[in-house]
Design a protein around this ligand. Structure first.
Ligand SMILES: Cc1ncc(COP(=O)(O)O)c(C=O)c1O
Length: 365
């Protein structure tokens, strides 16, 4: 009997084990230690920015960025309607208002034309999401932001190492946020990072991350802060993963190429598309069944599951969530979420397993 093929699985080698071991053995198990310093430095250089501030996960990375930038009560933040809910939740936790724009059909990222339509006197920031590893069109977004004097915060949780117009994501906006959850391109178990070129913002993020305690006066807190610190254990795992990121990225792209090879010519089916200015990082293989209803897509996923293959549906439009429940005009999002799903995408997935997944898909469709 074939083993169940999961949707994702972290790739942990002797390097990760030895770094985490070293961190534990050093007794620096909380949020001070040499791995924290190294992980932040190496991640900043990986993204081509001056500063990187590690935090506990990708959701608090967004929240901390918003707080540090002074975005709060009543401020509007424009984001794509198709994303993981953390993007909107972090804005709600900051007491600001998520405003949902539509996506582009090919990149699945925010549509710059719709951003322009959604700008009001209350708009403070644009938060593009580099969805499933494809970068948003940062040239168009930065142009709109500069014309309207808006901040840009990239949600790069799913796109470590992806490039737009030859530049790495995480280096475009005022700042960018990343996630290192177990299914991400590199993982620290739970974990997150904020990248920026702004020295003042870097200082403010570090201050707020650590209970807003004054460096020069211990246990004096000049504002309401947070404990959002990453541990040295998480950073040890992150350092080892980051040393291997070239391999991790190329392997994911190779997996997509293998799916493409085995699914070429299948009617109604399309896989990840990409813009000619983009070098995506294939976080997850995306498959769409043209013309499918949500029910048909869900039945197909049940079929995959019965054949021992895990998959996951595209995110629901965030505007649908009962506590958000906003009427919005995002027709492409409403069409795409129903027809899309993600297929198993992880480093140890063999060509034989991909062939099996593709044979099940072909037979069904
Ligand atoms: C687009 C996006 N934003 C934010 C997050 C939040 O990251 P985390 O799960 O580390 O809190 C995720 C993660 O899953 C994500 O996919």
């Amino acid at each position: 009997m074939r083993a169940f093929i999961p949707i994702s699985k972290p790739n942990i080698t002797e390097k990760e084990i030895s770094y985490v071991n070293a961190a534990v053995t050093s007794t620096w198990v909380s949020s001070l230690g040499e791995y924290i310093i190294k992980f932040e430095k190496d991640f900043a250089s990986f993204c081509g920015v001056d500063y990187a501030v590690s935090v506990f996960n990708g959701t608090v990375a967004i929240h901390l960025a918003l707080e540090a930038l002074g975005i709060g009560e009543g401020d509007e933040v424009i984001m794509p309607n198709l994303s993981f809910i953390a993007t909107a939740n972090a804005v709600l936790h900051a007491r600001a208002v998520p405003v949902f724009a539509d996506i582009e059909p090919d990149t699945l990222c925010i549509d710059a034309n719709d951003i322009e339509r959604k700008i009001t006197g209350k708009t403070k920031a644009i938060m593009p999401v580099h969805l499933y590893g494809h970068p948003a069109n940062m040239n168009s977004i930065l142009k709109i932001a500069s014309e309207h004097d808006l901040l840009v915060i990239e949600d790069a949780a799913e796109a470590h190492g992806a490039k737009a117009f030859g530049k790495t994501v995480g280096s475009f906006g005022k700042c960018a946020t990343f996630s290192f959850y177990g299914n991400k391109i590199i993982t620290t178990g739970e974990g997150g990072m904020i990248t920026t070129n702004d020295q003042v913002l870097d200082k403010r993020l570090r201050h707020l991350r650590d209970h807003a305690m004054l460096k020069e006066k211990r246990y004096w807190h000049d504002t309401l802060g947070f404990n959002y610190r990453m541990t040295n254990l998480q950073a040890a795992l992150g350092c080892a993963q980051l040393e291997r990121v070239g391999f991790l990225l190329s392997r994911r792209n190779e997996i997509l190429r293998t799916y493409e090879k085995h699914l070429a010519g299948v009617k109604r089916l399309s896989l990840n598309k990409h813009a000619d200015w983009a070098e995506p990082s294939c976080w997850l293989v995306c498959m769409e069944i043209q013309g499918a209803s949500e029910k048909e897509r869900d039945e197909f996923m049940i079929h995959l599951n019965q054949a021992g293959i895990d998959s996951r549906p595209y995110f629901f439009p965030m505007s649908f969530m009962p506590y958000i429940n906003m009427p919005v005009d995002t027709p492409v999002t409403f069409e795409k979420y129903k027809i899309g799903l993600n297929l198993p995408t992880y480093i140890d997935l063999s060509e034989e397993e991909i062939e099996y997944v593709c044979s099940v898909i072909k037979k069904y469709l």
